[in-house]
Design a protein around this ligand. Structure first.
Ligand code: NDP
Length: 452
């Protein structure tokens, strides 16, 4: 069977361009993980599920032309990768970042199919975005870019077709502008985007959902594996965006001590515990550099990217009980994994999408670190997005407590599903394989039932 899988992989590798290398990385992990499932049930092979699942239903690529504050015309590229809708409407975030290209969005869209499947909710997988860089842009420029982006995107989305949300560079402000433009073009007030501000249809707790969900998942995993709580433990978090901030908030709420956060320019280490109110003010309100933390806390340490360990990241060089990579893909390398393990870390939970390189993941698994892979651990965001779709469709507003309770329940169920699947397929304790098999199986079974 392994030989067949290797043949499959070679087929994909030979047809891939350099841009697709990250997509290939994500696909390779999944294909290896699901080999026991493919071996146990010949239907998946005879229905060519793998071949059909790794090719997106469609990739929409469009030009986005907008006028900057100096009345200069700017041109960017927009994309929507509608990957698979066997389980429900396409669903997945939009990313605005200069590194966005088709390969990155294919990787994120592919992961999204399995993540959405794992939630048990009726949502398919997609991803989109643009190479637009929001950094340094005025509020007015952001609005003009979002309007221009939606001028094209609106043709391909709808509440029962494809429902985008936020991701890196796309928060409530951008979703608000995108929603406003959609409404203007279509004259339709409908739940076509999630992550909307509460005043026009957003769900309470959507901003907090991914980060809180990561912590709920980790608590369940540690209880299951070690009967240990997170309370009183030293934790390290990377990033200072939506996912990182609410991971820190929930960790602090349950009594853990978070000593780091970071942005793309550097890392803050504060041994007395990060002042989250200050981080929110710097990163969410002023959109400034995390270095400004030092203006208030002179005793904290700032490590610029130029002083990071060779081949690694400063956050993972700091001793901790549990680590939470929450910034971006491949931010935690083999060097980092070795440092974490040597410093006594016993748990790693991925808040970002695929933040650990394959070599780092392998080290965590072989060293029996409790490892929560992204597609399971960070599924809380998309789960609450689906709750937002339900609220919009039924014209209801749920309370914060109700959303929080349902989120917690969903994360606990995902964790148990992953644990039990791993056990059933002879890889107990391996949450990577458990998540890939459970996620793949639900989509694959739907694809078989729906025919070609
Ligand atoms: P944000 O844009 O809110 O924050 C991203 C953070 O990561 C910022 O601190 C940013 O620094 C840092 N960062 C971004 N790119 C890099 C890079 N190349 N190197 C180092 N640091 C970087 O994004 P989110 O918090 O929403 O997303 C973070 C991760 O979580 C992504 O992988 C995303 O796909 C994933 N995710 C997000 C969900 C959500 O609900 N938002 C749901 C599930 C997954 P700076 O401020 O300097 O730009």
């Amino acid at each position: 069977m392994v030989e067949t899988i290797k043949d499959e992989l070679m087929k994909f590798e030979n047809s891939n361009c350099a841009e697709d290398s990250i997509f290939f990385q994500a696909m390779e992990e999944v294909i290896y993980s699901i080999s026991p499932l493919l071996e146990s049930d010949p239907r998946y092979k005879s229905h060519a599920i793998l071949e059909r699942l790794v090719v997106p239903d469609r990739i929409i690529e469009f030009k986005v032309t907008w006028l900057d504050d100096n009345n200069k015309i700017q041109v960017n590229t927009g994309y929507r990768v509608q990957f698979n809708n066997a389980l429900g409407p396409y669903k997945g975030g939009l990313r605005f970042h200069p590194t966005v290209n088709k390969g990155v969005l294919k990787f994120l869209g592919f992961e999204q199919i399995l993540k959405n499947s794992l939630t048990g909710l009726p949502i398919g997988g997609a991803k989109g975005g643009s190479d637009f860089n929001p950094k340094g842009k005025s509020d007015f420029e952001i609005m003009k870019f979002c309007s221009a982006f939606m001028t094209e995107l609106h043709k391909y989305i709808g509440p029962r077709v494809d429902v985008p949300a936020g991701d890196i560079g796309v928060g409530a402000r951008e979703i608000g502008y995108l929603f406003g433009e959609y409404k203007k073009i279509t004259s339709s007030y409908e739940g076509v985007l999630t992550g909307k501000p509460f005043m026009f249809g957003g769900s309470l707790m959507r901003p907090e959902a991914t980060g809180y969900g990561v912590v709920y998942f980790t608590e369940t995993m540690l209880e299951q594996e070690l009967k240990e709580p997170l309370s009183g433990k030293i934790c390290t978090v990377s990033g200072a965006g939506n996912v990182a901030i609410y991971t820190i908030e929930k960790l602090q709420a349950i009594g853990a001590i978070v000593v780091t956060c970071s942005d793309s320019q550097g890392t803050i280490y504060d041994s007395r515990g990060i002042d989250l109110k200050l981080v929110k003010e710097i990163k969410l309100e002023r959109r400034a550099s995390i270095k400004e933390y030092l203006d208030v806390y002179k005793e904290a340490t700032y490590i610029p990217v130029s002083e990071y360990p060779e081949g690694g990241h400063a956050v993972w060089n700091i001793p901790c009980y549990a680590a939470f990579p929450c910034a971006t893909q491949n931010e935690l390398t083999e060097v980092d994994a070795k440092n974490l393990i040597a410093n006594g870390c016993i748990s790693v939970s991925e808040g970002a999408n695929m933040p650990s390189t394959p070599e780092a993941t392998e080290l965590f698994l072989s060293n029996k670190i409790c490892f929560a892979p992204a597609k399971a651990a960070n599924a809380g965001g998309v789960a609450v997005s689906e709750f937002e779709m339900s609220q919009n469709a039924s014209m209801q507003k749920w309370s914060f407590e109700k959303v929080d309770e349902k989120l917690k329940e969903t994360m606990q169920q995902i964790c148990k599903r992953v644990f039990l699947t791993a056990k059933d397929y002879g890889v107990e304790g391996n949450y990577v394989d458990g998540a890939n098999i459970a996620g793949f199986k639900r989509v694959a079974d739907a694809m078989i039932a729906e025919g070609i």
